[in-house]
Ligand binder design. Structure first.
Ligand SMILES: *Cc1c(COP(=O)(O)O)cnc(C)c1O
Ligand code: SF4
Length: 362
């Protein structure tokens, strides 16, 4: 009988697996003592050790540059702590909250925006803390959607996950439960019948899959996503724009086409957040805009994600993609760019050319 290979969690494991050169050991030990390491067998199997620029390795194998902390970087890059009314719950937007039952992930991404908060260990929410979070949600009727994140909610035992889904489903005003996960890609066998049963709810359940490179979407990952979708759970994607991983129009094209072919709607492409030691991953915002404009010219509308920046300080996500329309000096007269990047003058009719519409409720 062969033993199921285990997740690699120590620099020594990475060296033994041939994924890291011995001489990098001491420096990477320092990285590993600061930021958790985990590489599942599926991810390890995707890495080409002969390629120093391997886009999978770059996402998961620790790097010496993680110890360089730039001035603009912050341990809480998107202001989670400012909006945490109870432990494990972030309430930034009126209609939705994040709930973080577990702080552990199946893998630890080297660019993670919550890298100072995630990791193995007893940092998850206790039953009492979860009960407090449910009370908070129940007491705020404006909360329409609960987003399970963390950490990765799909590494919870199915029984624990089912209890959370049931408790949230029992709150009348919660209509949508969304789970953000990497599990179907990095540990597809976890998407078991028991896990799928745990996700059953009378409310709308969505799964948002985090993947950044088309090579992550293997046949096994595709099968795990198919199992989720075939139980009636729609999927969306989120990706992070990462230097040396996917800052290339052909790679992004392949990624977004693959998502859609798997029935996963591309949702967000994130500008890399200002988390400590991640400068080597960040591309200029201008690069992302050029890539997005190129994709607009090439890809079906179904394949287009929104390019977003999560503002430091907890001010939320903002679309920062290229602009296609600019106002001219004449009211009702616009300059509009088509997908071939040709400019057109567009003139509205007089009635609709009101530059200051009144928004209901504002
Ligand atoms: C990202 C985020 C959400 C979800 O935002 P969407 O735009 O709905 O995907 C909700 N709350 C917080 C605190 C977030 O950071
Ligand atoms: S799976 Fe998500 S939360 Fe976990 S390390 Fe990766 S980016 Fe961070």
């Amino acid at each position: 009988m062969t033993k199921t290979p285990a997740t690699l969690r120590r620099v020594g494991d990475l060296i033994d697996a041939g994924l890291v050169a011995v001489e990098r050991g001491p420096e990477l030990e320092r990285v590993g003592s600061r930021y958790a390491i985990a590489v599942t067998p599926e991810v390890a199997g995707l890495i080409d050790p002969s390629n120093a620029e391997d886009p999978i390795a770059r996402q998961f194998i620790p790097d010496e540059r993680e110890l360089n902390h730039a001035a603009a970087e912050s341990a809480d890059p998107i202001g989670d702590y400012k909006h945490m009314p109870v432990r494990g719950l972030v309430h930034r937007y009126p209609d939705r909250v994040l709930l973080k039952p577990s702080h552990a992930c199946p893998v630890y991404c080297r660019f993670c925006f919550r890298r100072e908060m995630v990791g193995p260990g007893g940092d998850g929410m206790s039953p009492a803390e979860l009960a407090t979070a449910y009370e908070y949600i129940a007491a705020h009727p404006a909360i329409w959607e609960v987003i399970l994140t963390g950490g990765d909610p799909l590494i919870l035992a199915p029984r624990r996950l089912a209890a959370i889904i049931d408790a949230l489903s029992a709150i009348d005003h919660v209509s949508v439960i969304r789970l953000h996960t990497r599990v179907p890609v990095v540990d597809p066998n976890r998407v078991s019948t028991a896990l799928l049963r745990a996700l059953r709810s009378p409310k709308a359940v969505f799964v948002a899959l985090h993947a950044n490179h088309p090579r992550e979407l293997t046949d096994e990952a595709a099968a795990a996503c198919r199992r989720i979708i075939d139980t009636g759970i729609p999927m969306v994607s989120q990706s992070v724009l990462l230097k040396g991983v996917n800052d290339d129009v052909d790679v992004l094209e392949a990624l977004f086409r693959r998502f859609v072919a798997l029935r996963i709607k591309p949702y967000y492409l994130h500008q890399t957040d200002l988390a400590p030691g991640t400068a080597h991953f960040r591309t200029p915002i201008a690069t992302g805009r050029v890539l997005m404009a190129a994709l607009r010219g090439r890809l079906s509308g179904l394949c287009q994600p929104e390019f977003v920046l999560d503002l430091p300080g907890g001010h939320g996500k903002v679309p920062i993609g290229p602009e296609y329309i600019t106002a001219t000096e004449v009211s009702g007269c616009w300059d509009v760019m088509d997908y071939r990047e040709n400019l057109h003058r567009y003139i509205e009719d007089g009635e609709s050319a009101d530059p200051n519409p009144i928004l209901k409720g504002s």
